[in-house]
Design a protein around this ligand. Sequence first.
Ligand code: ADP
Ligand code: TPW
Ligand code: MG
Length: 577
Amino acid sequence: MSATPQQNGAESEAELTDGFHLVIDALMLNGIETIYGVPGIPITDLGRLAQASGMRVISFRHEQNAGNAAAIAGFLTKSPGVCLTVSAPGFLNGLVALANATTNCFPMILISGSSEREIVDLQQGDYEEMDQLAIAKPLCKAAFRVLHAADIGIGIARAIRAAVSGRPGGVYLDLPGKLFGQVMDAEAGRRSLVKVIDPAPAQIPAPTAVERALDVLRGAKRPLIILGKGAAYAQADDDIRALVEKSGIPYIPMSMAKGLLPDTHPQCAAAARSTVLQDSDVVLMIGARLNWLLSHGKGKQWGPPGSKKFIQIDIEPREMDSNVEIAAPLVGDIGSCVTALLRGMGDDWAHPSSEWTGAINAKKETNIARMATRLGKNSIPMDYHSALRVLRDVIKERPDAILVNEGANTLDQARGVIDMYQPRKRLDVGTWGVMGIGMGFAAAATIETGKPVLAIVGDSAFGFSGMEVETICRYNLPVCVVVFNNDGIYRGDGVNLSGGTDPATTAFVKGARYDKMMEAFGGVGVHATTPDELKRAVDAAMESGKPTLINAAIDPAAGSESGNIGNLNPKSALAKK
Ligand code: ADP
Ligand code: TPW
Ligand code: MG
């Protein structure tokens, strides 16, 4: 789109365009149809004009939530999600999401307006003055600034390619206010735009590396596959399933890889997780890192030292040997690596021994039976399991719904209880275990996929993005939020060790009614105190698609400190018992 033709005195009519329009045209040329952001100087008109041009512009109440929305849009689509913010404070609010996206390998572009370069660099106190580019650089994959309208096309092309090629991540694009008003000839402007060809090229693994991986796998007696969120991101679902099934190897999914194959798949060893981690001799990692979430690939969870060989598929060569020696590094994109392995396996690949798979199945049965007992209880007040049984059934009945999950106990228990059946349906706190992704992820998940969202969030977790229920109502999004309200962080029965009248540091207002927040903006609010009430309310919400918030009252004494990762929580040796 270009500006209306201008009459320029006696000169001939020249069609003109400007920085605003070039940014929009460059994004649209590259298939980017949605912007998540918060308006203000100098990008208010950018949002308006983008909407006028047919882009979907979703205005949030806080940039961090808009940034989280963009990040998860990137994860779900393999195309960078775009977050648009104002300068300094808006930029900083968005930066948390950009850093989190980079940490999680989600492609996103944070576009922030910025103040006058001449004034910023001399530190003369401009409106919202800040050297944003310098601040963003260490927290993202790449950072660029565009100073001339004629460079907007290249700037956006570089940002897109940097976000999605190789290991995906966050990119910062700095657009000073002055840029938007710069005018240029419309035809020259059109020619300056770049449609990025093959933005995330296939990265084919070396044949020798494929052979090495197959050799290690062939030698395995007790093999295991670990699927990570990189495997979910890669959208190589059929090939991954074929590899798992052809190899006959048991697998465990990392949190956001749940559903890549249905959690009920006979080879899924999630219910025997500690056994397979400890007893396996060869582990094939597909798009998962040996970071804290896998105890760095060492320690007693992994069995005796030296008892494991790792094969790792990852697009990032530097990921190899990050924590332990990788016997067979397979560097390339997951689709290409998995098809190469499948080809190399031939038609007579021997499945693992029944001794190995039998031991795993026995363990699974025991653990599933134990879990069934816990889930069978109909506790009132509800504990985590009695509430989660209901939500497990909801996802079973509606496997195409997207589950967003954050909190501590609310996260850890839900991950264990709720089976997923389809790829990329579980979105959660990711690599950092960050609170606050809830409402941003929920909004973008339904906007990007058209599917309904069930967000299961702790009362503390919800507080980080709770104001976005207004956004969810404003855009009338089919999002059902279930707040697990246990009156606090981890538990609601904390005490003030001083004996004073201030509440405990981990406690919130008792019996709070988060459902009223949704009602305030025209959505549906329900207060649920029993599993039956909870089921009815969630069913109604999923059926109607109306923005709904269910305040699920959970026993304040049901949770444990830090959920399942209490071992990471330092405690004072001097504390009074
Ligand atoms: P999880 O938390 O599920 O264990 P991680 O985020 O730790 O997963 O790991 C994901 C890994 O997947 C990253 O190391 C990233 O480089 C890799 N990755 C992402 N996309 C691809 C892809 N298309 N091909 C290969 N590796 C990928
Ligand atoms: C940005 C620390 C981890 S989990 C959590 C906090 C504050 C909240 C747990 O309470 P919640 O769940 O959500 O009510 P439940 O069921 O256990 O009661 N700030 C950020 N990220 C993190 N991870 C924290 C703080 C934290
Ligand atoms: Mg809580």
